[in-house]
Write a protein that binds this ligand. Structure first.
Ligand code: DSN
Length: 480
């Protein structure tokens, strides 16, 4: 059996030499990035560490091939090997998630959502319209009919979770294209519990009658009942679209099953592939059979040419996610989030919804007298990488915010368990309780400046260094 660590180490050492022969500063920045990632506590809930096999798959000549279209139906010649890659990635995705159809071309989560929006519009609005006019495609319509169809396509409704309740920008947030291309309304969470109130979602859906009901989140620390969401969608004639970008690893790893697994319940499911799923950066759409023909038009309808090297890496990552080891990993991600939350609660910190049952924790930092921005910066000084995040009805808005979002996917990949996450909570509370908000030049309270008490950064860095040394990142890669 080959020594995979030795091969990986040698592959990267040689690759960096080749890069340095052309642009040494890029080779240097690449080395520095590995050192930074190795030396910090990465708690950004949307990040992870892909395996060397996934990373290496992205660095090949598949990058050089154009392949617009779909498997066996390309706008370019010579796509036989891309067809192999795309078919394999789609097959793995279908089997991993038990989906009827998988589309692996989206370059990102936002692209995946755009493909889903357009495929729903094509299926629900454009298709019936063309049928009414006996037309095969829009080129067969008169100019006046085309104008009317465009009006109809641009006049549809979308109901999604609001950004400050934990939804994503692309779920109808007004400044995002999704909030401009649809008439949108948003559902929030219960002001007391911070949880989704399904009766309130139902009431809003009955009143608003959306074409698309979007479920899923990027900063909601709880599970969602997708069976109930589907009931609501069916009741009002909506298409249920679930964006599982954040928790697709927990779906793949069978932590979320039954009503918590979106795939059997939603008409269409979108995801990224690099968050809890631990693959390359990219997007994915899973759909029920009836939507497959319109999803298949994603490129060139919405997307540029597929990134064949990334589709290849998706195939490798999906193969990894089908193993028992990945299931154990996914369960550990959820268990570790519990340990992190309990560590905070034991120290009197406030968590949105009072805890978690997925991979993320949303810490409300107002009790420390800080904004999210101050907390994020102070933590970074101490080598703890997080991102500030709004809390529901956030008084500090989306820029300064009142929260910090923390996820367990990346450090679980490094091998952190419950005891380590309990210690991480202790270190974060140590930093925040030793940080003071600053003042503006005019002497008023600042939302950005802060000061950390002497000795805190050194103390916390030393403690986190011990944790990181016990669980090295990419131990097989030695670039010395
Ligand atoms: N940037 C991703 C996140 O952090 O959740 C979503 O777009």
């Amino acid at each position: 059996m080959a020594d995979i660590d030795a091969l990986t180490s040698s592959a990267y050492a040689h690759a960096l030499e080749v890069i340095a022969s052309v642009e040494p500063r890029i080779a240097e920045a690449t080395r520095a990035e590995l050192a930074d990632q190795r030396g910090s506590l990465k708690l950004i809930a949307s990040e992870n560490y892909a395996s060397p096999a996934v990373l290496l798959t992205m660095g090949t000549w598949f990058s050089d091939k154009y392949a617009e279209g779909t498997v066996g139906h390309r706008f370019y010649a010579g796509c036989q090997n891309v067809d192999t890659v795309e078919s394999l990635a789609a097959e793995h995705a279908r089997e991993l998630f038990g989906a009827e159809y998988a589309y692996v071309q989206p370059h990102s989560g936002i692209d995946a959502n755009l493909v889903a929006f357009w495929s729903i519009l094509a299926h629900r609005v454009e298709g019936p319209w063309l049928e009414k006019y006996g037309a095969k495609n829009v080129n067969d319509l008169t100019e006046a009919d085309w104008e009317a169809l465009r009006h109809e396509l641009g006049n549809q409704r979308l109901l999604g979770m609001s950004l400050d309740a934990g939804g994503h920008l692309t779920h109808g947030f007004r400044p995002n294209i999704s909030g401009k291309m649809f008439h949108q309304q948003q559902y929030g969470t219960d002001p007391e519990t911070g949880l989704i109130d399904y009766d309130a979602v139902r009431a809003k859906a009955r009143e608003f009658k959306p074409l698309i009901l979007v479920a899923g989140y990027s900063a909601y620390p709880r599970r969602v009942n997708f069976a109930t969401m589907r009931e609501i969608a069916d009741e009002v004639g909506a298409t249920l679209m679930v964006d599982m970008a954040h928790f697709s690893g927990l779906v793949a790893g069978k932590v979320f099953t039954g009503d918590e697994d979106p795939v059997p319940h939603a008409h269409i499911v979108t995801s990224t592939t690099h968050k809890s799923l631990r693959g390359p950066r990219g997007g994915l759409v899973l759909a029920q059979e009836e939507l497959a023909p319109s999803v298949d038009r994603g490129c060139p309808m919405v997307l540029g040419g597929p990134l064949s090297h990334v589709m290849a890496a998706k195939a490798v990552a999906f193969a990894e996610a089908r193993t028992p080891e990945f299931r154990a990993y996914a369960q550990q991600v959820a268990d570790n989030a519990q340990s992190l939350a309990e560590g905070f609660l034991r120290r009197g910190a406030n968590l949105v919804t009072g805890g978690t049952d997925n991979h993320l924790v949303l810490l409300d930092v107002t009790s420390f007298g800080l904004t999210g921005r101050q907390a994020e910066s102070a933590l970074l000084d101490a080598g703890i990488v997080t991102n500030r995040n709004s809390v529901p009805a956030d008084p500090n808005g989306a820029w300064y915010t009142s929260g910090v979002r923390l996820g367990t996917s990346a450090l679980t990949t490094r091998g952190f368990g419950g005891a380590e996450f309990e210690r991480v909570a202790e270190l974060i509370v140590d930093v925040l309780s030793n940080t003071e908000a600053g003042t503006t030049k005019a002497g008023g309270p600042s939302k950005a400046s802060y000061s950390v008490a002497d000795g805190t950064v050194e103390r916390v860095k030393a403690a986190s260094g011990e944790l990181l040394d016990k669980h090295p990142l990419y131990p097989g890669i030695d670039l010395a």
